[in-house]
Design a protein around this ligand. Sequence first.
Ligand SMILES: Cc1cc2nc3c(=O)[nH]c(=O)nc-3n(C[C@H](O)[C@H](O)[C@H](O)COP(=O)(O)OP(=O)(O)OC[C@H]3O[C@@H](n4cnc5c(N)ncnc54)[C@H](O)[C@@H]3O)c2cc1C
Length: 231
Amino acid sequence: MKNPLLELLFLRATVQSSERVGVFRRMRLTAPGLRGAAWTPGQQVRLDAGPGNALAPTLRTYSVWSHEDDAIELYLLVHGDGPGSRWAEAAVAGTSVLMSKPKGDFVVRTGGSHLFIGEETASVAFGAMLRALPADQSAHVLVDVPDVDSQLPLARPVQWLVRGSRSAASSAEVLAAARALELPAEPGQAYLAGEARTIQSLRHHLVAERGWPRRSVHMKPFWTPGKRGME
Ligand SMILES: Cc1cc2nc3c(=O)[nH]c(=O)nc-3n(C[C@H](O)[C@H](O)[C@H](O)COP(=O)(O)OP(=O)(O)OC[C@H]3O[C@@H](n4cnc5c(N)ncnc54)[C@H](O)[C@@H]3O)c2cc1C
């Protein structure tokens, strides 16, 4: 049964298409309420991956890859353990879902150079943010993926790490690759997203080892082992 309060707070979106891309489902959804809704690249929506009335325990967060008119595109990771993953796997054209409007503060900041580091889930937000970067601003992009099929089409050159069956959590390999990056002498703006412990170690590296100001390092934990529905 529809809950009128939820219908007020959320948009009712309909899946238009869903296709497998590497470890993701690439999904296009439409909702009349998306027309004219503000969206800054890097922002995300929350969708109710449960039966549609439980809300908080089954709300899951996904970055908006693109937004045009009444439609958005998302890439949802299928990892097998959790309502978001199960919903992504099961949803087909015509599936209805409650969804928030786009929001969030993980967006491109003013700066001359930009550094993006994260794994596959982060690459969805990075995709939108990189398309929004002014052409005269440089970007270093380091993304850890499980396999080459999961490399999303990003607008700037990317240093890909392909980890195979290695875990993305507390990743020593991503930290080592970040340490080896040749970055501009002046700190720019850094965007670290994805698994929480990996990005904590990356922030520590940038601040403690490279001397970047903390305020230039923007961190967004997306998930971590054992925690459900972060944010
Ligand atoms: C701002 C923001 C933007 C995000 N954007 C995206 C996006 O665009 N695409 C996307 O796929 N995800 C994105 N995420 C991550 C997504 O919200 C989480 O992965 C979420 O936990 C998935 O929900 P679930 O129900 O599948 O798993 P949960 O019920 O939350 O967790 C169940 C189990 O699965 C594990 N788990 C959760 N996520 C992962 C993962 N990525 N890899 C391995 N194990 C995992 C958990 O640690 C837990 O043990 C974003 C998160 C945030 C906060």
